[in-house]
Design a protein. Structure first.
Length: 155
């Protein structure tokens, strides 16, 4: 067997070897809607994997399998935190309204890592801004992550 043939086979095999998605070392806290999002992603990927297998699309199969491993693990380790019933302090699941020092308001909801979308006002509970907010109360001043202002409401 020539070395070129072995190399070609190795290249073909490694072509579909994707790096695993990084799993956070933090607890996998999720809101009830966050768990629904994880379960929807698992269902979507299972469907995509079936389609990729039927088409013989090896790169798509590899991608789906890798992502399915990640989301299946996230579902298995999810710790659902019910919505807060008290709104005296910022907690996981709280929505915090901040009156910004330069005018206007900003609402932020503290959520799990996989449901975070800062542009939509959802920040992960492990984010530095969330760390500054958790435990704070209405009237407390906030200065973190480019935010300067005062907490005016907690929902």
């Amino acid at each position: 067997m020539s070395r070129a043939f072995v190399k070609e086979s190795e290249d073909a095999a490694s072509e579909f070897d994707l790096p695993e998605r990084t799993v956070s070392p933090h607890r996998n806290l999720v809101t009830p809607s966050g768990l629904e999002q994880i379960e929807a992603e698992v269902r979507r990927l299972e469907g995509d994997l079936a389609v990729a297998r039927a088409a013989g699309d090896r790169p798509a199969i590899a991608r789906c399998q890798r992502d399915l491993r990640y989301w299946t693990q996230r579902r298995a380790t999810a710790e659902v935190v019910p919505p807060p019933t008290r709104h005296d302090k910022v907690r996981f699941g709280s929505t915090v309204v901040i009156a910004l020092a330069k005018g206007g308001e900003r609402s932020l909801r503290i959520v799990g890592e996989d449901e975070a979308d800062p542009g939509a006002g959802r920040i992960a509970y492990v984010a530095p801004v969330a760390a500054h907010l958790i435990g704070a109360a209405v009237g407390d001043r906030v200065e973190a992550g480019g935010l300067r202002g005062e907490i005016v409401a907690i929902r």
